[in-house]
Design a protein around this ligand. Structure first.
Ligand code: XIL
Length: 380
């Protein structure tokens, strides 16, 4: 069963012509539009006007952020880089801040990928989110083998040093971090629902509070977030995940751990029911703990949804509307990031081309109905 909002949606594809028309309308408002600078690039004022036409401008009007994950190598694609510059005022390095990218060896740190993204973000007036300091995936082999035999004190030292060094090296750009990612697994055999990870095995369940403390000690001005997926699901998995998440967040609060936000990854599958009341109650309780809720990795998949392409797309937009309504029931959402801006570079394409990610722009960088749904259901 699909949980749908009652409103129907106009799933009209936004064509190149629509985009050009929007551009032309903007040109009337901003006469400098269309003026290239002497080098054939965009002049500063042109760049500003160009940005006015993207989701970022609508978000910025309210002091909010619309963003996307991107990889540094993708910036070499000029058309894609221009789309990013137009649409987002927040960027999250998709992989560049994970342990396996940053830590080629126990002694070394490699920030080159991050720096490319940071330069781009600076040039285009974007903030950066940090992702992620502790995760059970994307770890270098040396870390995995070291933690298997490391005494507890050594494991703690490695974690602390990493968090201190990384948050401090990036602190002029990054003010908000996904400190711990995906620590809950309802399928684990533990009563508390915590995932059996390399860190849990090395340090016990206190590794989570420890990570938040280490980040705050490194820079007390950082906003620190717990990030996870599947919290919105209306099935047994979602229920178990919410229960374990609430328990974790309450424990962190009770132990005085510095935590400021809950990140909903939001990898949505349109053939799954949404949590509805159980989900909105969960979010209200998280907010009562003083946590700000944000959407950190939105994308959509049809899953096993049947029907022709147009019907499926209309259902997907209804689903997204319903989701945004539920997320915003007890407070507006001030930050929403998609996991990739365009299907051209969606991580979902790595697994199965047919199950492509649904993101605001398609492979040709054209706006698709999801772009319009975000605008209508979130920003206007
Ligand atoms: C994914 C990246 O998109 C891939 O390129 C990489 O190979 C694996 O990680 N949840 C997360 C992200 O928190 O870090 C994951 O990113 C996607 C799921």
């Amino acid at each position: 069963m699909i949980h749908l909002a009652s409103s129907s949606v106009a799933s009209k594809k936004i064509t190149r012509r629509d985009t050009l028309c929007a551009f032309a309308r903007a040109a009337a408002t901003f006469p400098v539009l269309g003026l290239l600078n002497a080098c054939g690039g965009f002049s500063m004022s042109h760049d500003r006007a160009f940005r006015q036409s993207g989701l970022r401008a609508l978000a910025a009007r309210r002091g909010w952020h619309f963003g996307a994950a991107a990889q540094s190598g993708q910036l070499d694609d000029p058309a894609f880089a221009r789309s990013l510059a137009r649409e987002v005022n927040a960027l999250v390095p998709e992989n560049e801040l994970k342990w396996d990218a940053l830590r080629p060896s126990p002694e070394t740190f490699d920030f080159r990928g991050f720096e490319e993204l940071a330069t781009f973000a600076d040039e285009h007036g974007m903030i950066l989110r940090g992702h992620t300091l502790v995760w059970h995936e994307s770890n270098p082999a040396w870390l995995e083998s070291l933690l298997k035999s490391a005494p507890r004190a050594d494991a703690e030292k490695i974690l602390r040093e990493h968090i201190t060094r990384v948050t401090q090296a990036t602190q002029t750009h990054i003010r908000e971090w996904d400190v711990v990612n995906e620590a809950i697994d309802p399928r684990s055999s533990r009563k508390d629902g915590l995932r059996e990870t390399l860190w849990l095995q090395a340090l016990g369940d206190s590794y989570i509070a420890l990570a938040f403390r280490a980040a705050s000690e490194a820079d007390s001005g950082l906003r620190l977030v717990y990030n996870d997926f599947g919290l919105e699901r209306g099935d047994g998995y979602g229920e178990a995940k919410r229960k374990a998440a609430l328990r974790l967040l309450e424990n962190l609060r009770a132990r005085g751990a510095p935590i400021h936000g809950l990140g909903l990854q939001s990898h949505l599958r349109v053939d799954r029911p949404l949590g509805g009341r159980a989900f909105t109650d969960f979010l209200a309780r998280a907010r009562c703990l003083g946590l700000e809720v944000s959407v950190t990795e939105l994308d959509m998949r049809y899953g096993n949804l049947m029907g022709d392409a147009e019907d499926k797309d209309a259902l997907a937009q209804d689903y997204l509307r319903a989701y945004l309504e539920q997320v915003q029931q007890s407070a507006p959402l001030k930050s929403l990031l998609t996991w990739g801006l365009s299907d051209r570079y969606s991580w979902l394409r790595q697994d199965d081309d047919a199950a492509r990610g649904m993101l605001p722009l398609d492979v040709n960088l054209e706006r698709v109905p999801m772009w319009e749904t975000l605008r209508e259901a979130w920003l206007v």
